[in-house]
Design a protein around this ligand. Structure first.
Ligand code: NDP
Length: 418
């Protein structure tokens, strides 16, 4: 019987693709045994650029921060924001002492008060079930911290389990404990719907604060404009969504580099941004009373870990953590929120000054150069030529590249310094 697609080896899957021989060879060249075990239907590795944020100061400690992103200008902007914040001593962070992740047992057609009474009466059994389901997290100092019952519209009820997952992000740990709890809630089995971790993470919130001297920004006008722009993020969902996307440009890049779950942090962040019913920016900037400083604050949940999931399985995630100095979870969260604040500052400054497009297009020109087929030693001259162009698009880039190549064939080699 023919093998199913998922039963094939990576090479066999590649051979079934309708792509050129060269593409197949390239795919086969970039395989790794380690990654082939991480996901299903694996065929090859997919490379992304890893860049560095040079000097981020968080709670008086300097970090070199690895960032993985495909978007030009993100790393440059993060460095710019971190430099400005660093001039005033860097970013300070505050967070809750103990962090928990919530898991839900969901019931339909049940009175929430009945479940609340049941939880009070059976609390010891609930604790025992959690301990039995995942004894190792108790040995590590974590485990079930709290159980609460939430009444939802339409006779729906959520029993929320707050679980301390220690150094792990904890999705699997929480789901394992929830599975163990199901039998305790047997009397409600006919109304049980699902047991699942929640990515809403109000118990993982961290705040970063930083300041910039107005003089370092280029004067009162730009500082006032940044504050005014920040106010838009508090009242306008169109502006707030873009501002938060910019914040996650940096945070997601570090999250990805360290092998953490980028979807979990952004889902948690956007839900937090809409927590009071109105979606708003996660950050806020305002002028100090004496008008000499711009004060910034960013608050968001960061459900990340330093162990577990793909972190231990991905050598590049281990490398990223080593570059960061192997931080514990508290310090990793501090770095992430500080990167978000730096990224946000740089974006607001660019928008309030020369406009976002000037800086972006300089970086975009590099991507465009690669897109039209420029070789590595042609990228620099082509970007310089594009900087002079009135329009920036692929047709212009193609034309400029051809001109440069013609020039090269007529002269010795204009791309390489003699
Ligand atoms: P794991 O399932 O890998 O569990 C954590 C592991 O880390 C355990 O094996 C634990 O070992 C080990 N560990 C070692 N040291 C510690 C320590 N100090 N504290 C805690 N654990 C330690 O990962 P998670 O439970 O963290 O789950 C994260 C993964 O789940 C991510 O890959 C995520 O993408 C994925 N996921 C996410 C979902 C979501 O967000 N909705 C849903 C499902 C999965 P031991 O067992 O010996 O204690």
């Amino acid at each position: 019987m023919a093998k199913k697609f998922y039963q094939l080896s990576p090479d066999e899957r590649i051979d079934r693709l309708t792509v050129s021989k060269d593409t197949k060879t390239a795919l086969k060249r970039h395989q790794s045994r380690q990654n082939s075990q991480l996901i299903e239907n694996y065929i090859s590795d997919y490379n992304l650029p890893l860049g560095l944020l040079g000097n981020l100061i968080v709670d008086s400690q300097g970090y070199t921060v690895p960032m993985v992103t495909e978007e030009p200008s993100v790393v440059a902007a993060a460095n710019n924001g971190a430099r400005l914040l660093g001039l005033q001593g860097g970013v300070t962070t505050t967070s809750q002492e103990s962090l928990t992740t919530v898991g839900q047992l969901l019931f339909a057609g049940v009175n929430a008060d009945d479940l609340a009474d049941f939880v009070v009466q059976h609390r010891d059994e609930i604790d025992d079930a959690a301990r039995r389901a995942k004894s190792s997290i108790y040995r590590r100092g974590g485990g079930l911290v709290d159980v609460t019952v939430r009444s939802l519209p339409g006779q729906r009820t959520s029993v929320d389990f707050a679980i301390d997952t220690q150094a792990a992000m904890g999705a699997n740990i929480v789901n394992t404990i929830l599975e163990g709890e199901r039998s305790v809630f047997d009397p409600f089995a006919d109304r049980f719907v699902a047991a699942i971790l929640s990515n809403y993470s109000p118990h993982q919130v961290i705040t970063a604060q930083g300041k910039v001297a107005v003089a370092d920004l280029g004067g009162q006008d730009i500082a006032r404009k940044i504050a005014a722009l920040s106010d838009f993020g508090g009242v306008d969902i169109y502006r707030a969504t873009t501002e938060n996307k910019g914040i996650y440009n940096g945070i997601a890049a570090v999250t990805l580099a360290t092998g953490n779950d980028t979807r979990a942090i952004s889902a948690a962040g956007h839900a937090w941004a809409a927590g009071d019913g109105q979606y708003h920016s996660l950050s806020h900037w305002q002028l100090s009373e004496d008008g000499t400083q711009l004060l910034g604050e960013l608050t968001l949940p960061l459900p990340v870990g330093t162990v577990g999931g793909a972190i231990g399985a991905l050598p590049s995630a281990q490398t990223a953590l080593e570059i960061l100095g192997n931080p514990d979870g508290r310090h990793l969260r501090g770095v992430l929120v500080a990167v978000g604040l730096a990224q946000n500052l740089a974006a607001l400054k660019a928008l309030s000054g020369e406009g976002i497009q000037a800086g972006h297009m300089r970086m975009q020109a590099r991507a465009l150069a690669l897109q039209v087929g420029a070789q590595p030693d042609e990228v620099g001259p082509l970007v310089a030529a594009l900087a002079e162009a009135e329009q920036l698009d692929s047709a212009v880039a193609q034309q400029k590249l051809e001109e440069l190549r013609q020039h090269e064939s007529q002269n010795s080699n204009p791309f390489r310094p003699s």
